[in-house]
Design a protein around this ligand. Structure first.
Ligand SMILES: [Zn+2]
Ligand SMILES: [Zn+2]
Length: 284
């Protein structure tokens, strides 16, 4: 089926076309007409923007083609192990998490994706723009892509505004109707794109600070409501504190938080919970 991950779909072609169009217009029309591509300033900006566009394109391709994480056939939940995901099992009402559709046990935080037709480790959401699930193995890559894309969009916007203000000051129009049209289309595309990507990045930073996935955010809202009804307080079990949460998603090396490398983030089969950390006061 063409909607299965790994296939090039219409949304993927749309993203590639948008990257191509914005890159061409920013470098060859905006920089070209404003600073001149052959000047030192023009060349420096073109080189910097090319590097950002390349980083966006590479991380985008990685997000599309990286498997979000499968449940190994050998996976058996170990309820006797003190490190086991017993807390989540308890939270789910004492039952082991079993996927009826895949006929196997699910590790904590894994969910069945109806589009991918399988269970995905630490599933966040299924993204049509990458025709792939965002899960344990590609969550960081997905975030790094959004991060580079936001920076590239803001950079392109700054160049566009710079060139527009210079045109206004000098009271001159960009040479030729086609250039003017390209610049206007570029601006019309950039505004909603920058806004949407910035909101997406902000939302995921908010989630990472609490070590939640998008699915867990929605589950948590419900769990909090249910807990409040019986006078309890719901605590997200994977919230280890801001720094530990950042490390568990972005890796232990702070200088590599924006690198598209997702090493040292564990197997995705078990996760530390706040119950594993010795606390001065017992958890609620
Ligand atoms: Zn499943
Ligand atoms: Zn999926």
């Amino acid at each position: 089926m063409s909607s299965q991950p790994g296939y090039v779909t219409l949304p993927i072609l749309t993203v590639l076309a948008a990257i191509g169009y914005l890159y061409y217009t920013t470098v060859f029309v905006v920089i070209g007409e404003w600073l001149g591509i052959a000047t030192a300033a023009g060349l420096a900006n073109a080189a910097a923007f090319t590097a950002l566009a390349a980083a966006s394109l590479v991380t985008y391709a990685m997000a599309v083609f990286t498997d979000p994480g499968r449940v190994p056939a050998s996976f058996v939940p170990d309820v006797e192990d003190p490190d086991s995901p017993i807390h989540e099992i308890k939270r789910k009402g004492g039952d082991l998490r079993y996927c009826q559709k895949c006929s196997h046990y699910k590790p904590p935080r894994a969910h069945h994706c109806r589009v991918c037709k399988r269970c995905v480790l630490r599933m966040d959401h299924h993204c049509i723009w990458i025709n792939n699930c965002v899960g344990h193995e590609n969550y960081k890559i997905f975030l790094v892509f959004v991060f580079y894309a936001v920076i590239a969009c803001i950079y392109s916007m700054v160049l566009l505004l710079g060139s527009a203000s210079q045109n206004l000051q000098k009271d001159q129009q960009p040479s030729g109707d086609s250039s003017r049209t390209s610049i206007i289309v570029c601006g019309v595309l950039l505004c909603p794109l920058t806004l949407a990507l910035t909101i997406l990045l902000g939302w995921h930073i908010y989630l990472i600070l609490q070590n939640k996935t998008t699915i867990e955010y929605h589950e948590g809202v419900r769990a909090m409501w249910l807990a409040e009804k019986v006078g309890n307080v719901y605590r997200h079990p994977y919230n280890l504190g801001v720094y530990e949460n950042l490390v568990s998603v972005l890796g232990p090396n702070i200088f590599c938080w924006v690198c598209p490398i997702s090493k040292n983030i564990g197997s995705g089969l078990r996760f530390r919970t706040s119950y594993d950390i010795p606390l001065s006061t017992p958890p609620l």
